[in-house]
Design a protein. Structure first.
Length: 684
């Protein structure tokens, strides 16, 4: 890390040194290979290809190895020649000590500000006139992250560093001194990757709302043919097929056609599409947050096996605001689009299949890649722990409850520390981001088709105007809500709970009675569809509420009333998301086949067999196998045969009834599963 690299550099001997870091497998490097160039351009460092040996650990190991292989070998080769824009990208790089020591060192001074210190190092040396080379006649063995949370943590850290890199002086200096072709290569190999990931998911988000806006405006049929062609091409490209082509080509070159086909099929069957899509979403969200609020930070990752099942609270805190919110918003928008369906000739499946896939991926991937997530007992335990966490109890796995976690999540958005630069730009961005919700409310209001069935209403069309009807209904709804809030505070402040309970039940009965009377009696005094009108009014007001909440969260963060409303809204949404996730988990766990497929597809055969043996052993301990030799059931049957007549107590050695031992003093059964599985708890 920067804190150590800069200090030991002065005390190294010889002309080159190798920054091995924590990856001790890099010691397989057989010899220090001198690579000199006869020209006047000095060589600052030489990079080698990486061999990821942890791919045999399971599906996640293969995914991480494939990502590292595509980036550490295929991309580095092209970036070196002909792009000539390769920088420093990790441990398999050998530095020219004399050049590095006299030209600014190997890395920046702090790991908190410069998370991607490797890229800064290569950029500094290239700006100082050196050349960075890449050779493939030797490879460096390396292990990669094999846990879903550690892989996403690594990508979160790197994307945050990409945000810092995008606004750095080095990036500007490189961009202003490169020719056009090297500039394009520099963009797509550095900050362009993060910007493109961000734009890809922003395009999915805006595409869905554009289709929904066309549907509200009854304009989808006019655009049907052209829109469908554009969306089909766009959806195929956004799934990463372009990035798959060079990877498949390199595999075909090194392993052959059959092995390449089997490898690609194995990756797709084990959920690689879910993994890469979720990983790209992590990159996009981290980069966007860092560009807006500077939220980049160091995230410690490991190289351990992914055999520990994360608690649901941990998964919820890691991915709720960044991934699950996006998934549920897409599902809500897509469901609304299918309900509206104003175009009979449009194929909505071909228009939205990738958006459905993205939403399901963001929702299902954290569960699929979490070992033993589909176990009914574990689901029940996780539900109780999550409910306690939501109610304010501190969870030991995260060290927080919902209230402290929510405060940390909104700390940058609300500028609680007061150190956000140009915070007004962030507020403007949030206000502009509410445009889709405002347009959805406007589109829903335009669909209102209801009017008083009297002559006066027909003579005055303003009474049948959908926007006038919507404003009157909205005013009535929010007037009732405001009155309820005021009376609640008034009565509870005076500790008068009985009037508040009476009023609350009266409002509930009044609303139910109004809805029934409106639906039943609408045909007598009104023209139009009553149920559709109610649903459209509720939908439009919900979108207005979401837009209002998004604006006041950063804008009115110092107002206690608005702050409390913002927290309440987040609590409501988080609770709804949690309940839906547990319903999904419960159904998939009850089916059972999902857990079996997860075990077979995600892990290697050895680990799957060990887990199966562990479950058999646990079943024996829980008396699920009644005839186990030496088990508790067999001992109980033997004791029943030796009971004294009429006493109900077993006989001792002298024929006397024995006293029943206490449960605390009872001995363990003679049957042991230690020979089968030495430590069953490490897998469950």
């Amino acid at each position: 890390q920067p804190s150590s690299k800069g200090s030991f550099e002065l005390f190294c001997d010889d002309d080159e040194h190798y920054t091995i870091g924590p990856d001790w497998s890099g010691a397989q490097l057989h010899a220090l290979v001198r690579t000199r160039q006869a020209s006047t351009v000095p060589t600052a460092l030489v990079g080698f290809r990486e061999y990821i040996f942890s791919e045999a650990a399971g599906a996640l190991g293969r995914f991480a190895a494939a990502t590292e292989y595509a980036f550490g070998t295929i991309s580095q080769r092209t970036m070196t020649h002909p792009a000539r824009i390769r920088l420093h990208y990790g441990h398999p790089d050998i530095f020219n000590k004399l050049f590095v020591m006299t030209k600014g060192g190997m890395s920046k001074a702090t790991r908190l500000l410069h998370l991607t210190e490797d890229v800064f190092c290569g950029c500094n040396h290239m700006l100082r006139g050196a050349r960075i080379r890449y050779k493939e006649y030797i490879s460096c063995g390396k292990g990669r992250d094999m846990g879903f949370d550690s892989i996403n943590g690594f990508n979160f850290k790197i994307a945050g560093g990409g945000g810092e890199w995008a606004i750095s002086r080095e990036s500007w200096r490189m961009g202003t001194r490169l020719d056009f072709f090297r500039l394009m290569s520099f963009y797509h190999s550095a900050v362009g990757f993060y910007i493109n990931s961000w734009f890809t998911y922003l395009a999915v988000y805006l595409n869905v709302y554009a289709l929904l806006l066309f549907a509200w405006a009854r304009a989808t049929e006019i655009q049907a043919d052209s829109v469908e062609r554009v969306y089909n091409v766009q959806q195929v490209l956004q799934l990463g097929t372009l990035a798959l082509i060079p990877y498949a080509g390199q595999l075909m070159l090194e392993t052959g056609v059959v092995r390449t086909a089997l490898t690609l099929f194995q990756q797709i069957a084990t959920g690689s599409l879910l993994f890469y899509t979720f990983q790209q979403m992590t990159t996009a969200q981290s980069f966007a947050a860092d560009m807006s609020y500077g939220s980049g930070k160091y995230v410690g990752t490991g190289r351990g096996f992914n055999i520990v099942s994360l608690e649901f609270v941990k998964i919820f805190t890691l991915y709720c605001r960044s991934h699950l919110y996006m998934a549920f918003e897409l599902l809500f928008a897509l469901s609304t689009l299918y309900i509206v369906r104003d175009c009979d000739s449009c194929n909505y499946g071909s228009l939205t299949w990738s958006s459905w896939l993205l939403a399901v991926t963001l929702l299902f991937a954290p569960l699929w890649f979490n070992p033993f997530a589909f176990d009914l007992q574990k689901v029940a335990h996780n539900y109780l722990a999550w409910r306690r966490w939501m109610d304010g109890d501190v969870d030991f796995t995260t060290g927080s409850n919902w209230y402290t976690w929510n405060t940390v999540q909104l700390e940058k958005v609300r500028n609680d520390a007061g150190n956000n630069t140009d915070n007004w730009l962030n507020i403007i961005g949030v206000v502009l981001g509410t445009a889709p919700y405002m347009l959805m409310a406007l589109g829903a209001a335009s669909r209102l088709d209801i009017c008083l069935d009297i002559a006066a209403a027909r003579r005055h069309p303003v009474l049948c105007n959908p926007y006038i009807v919507f404003m009157m209904a909205t005013a009535a709804i929010w007037g009732l809500v405001h009155t309820t809030i005021v009376l609640r505070h008034y009565w509870l402040d005076l500790a008068r709970h009985k009037p508040w309970r009476i009023y609350r039940w009266a409002v509930v009965l009044l609303v139910i009675g109004f809805v029934i009377a409106f639906i039943v009696g609408v045909q007598r005094v009104l023209e139009g569809k009553a149920l559709d009108t109610l649903l459209l009014v509720v939908y439009a007001n919900f979108n207005l509420l979401v837009a209002f909440h998004k604006v006041i969260t950063p804008w009115a963060s110092q107002n206690n009333t608005m702050r409390a409303f913002s927290d309440w809204f987040y609590y409501t949404i988080d609770s709804a998301i949690g309940y839906v996730m547990f319903i999904l988990l419960g159904l998939l766990s009850f089916i059972g086949i999902v857990g079996v497929l997860q075990m077979k597809l995600l892990f290697n055969d050895t680990f799957s067999e060990q887990v199966k043996h562990a479950k058999i052993g646990r079943a024996m301990r829980d008396q699920r196998i009644m005839g186990a030799p030496g088990g508790q059931a067999a001992q109980a049957q033997q004791q029943q045969q030796q009971q004294a007549p009429g006493s109900g107590m077993p006989l001792g050695p002298g024929g006397q009834p024995m006293q029943r031992p206490s449960s605390a003093a009872s001995q363990a059964t003679t049957f042991t599963i230690r020979s089968m599985v030495q430590s069953e708890h490490r897998y469950m």
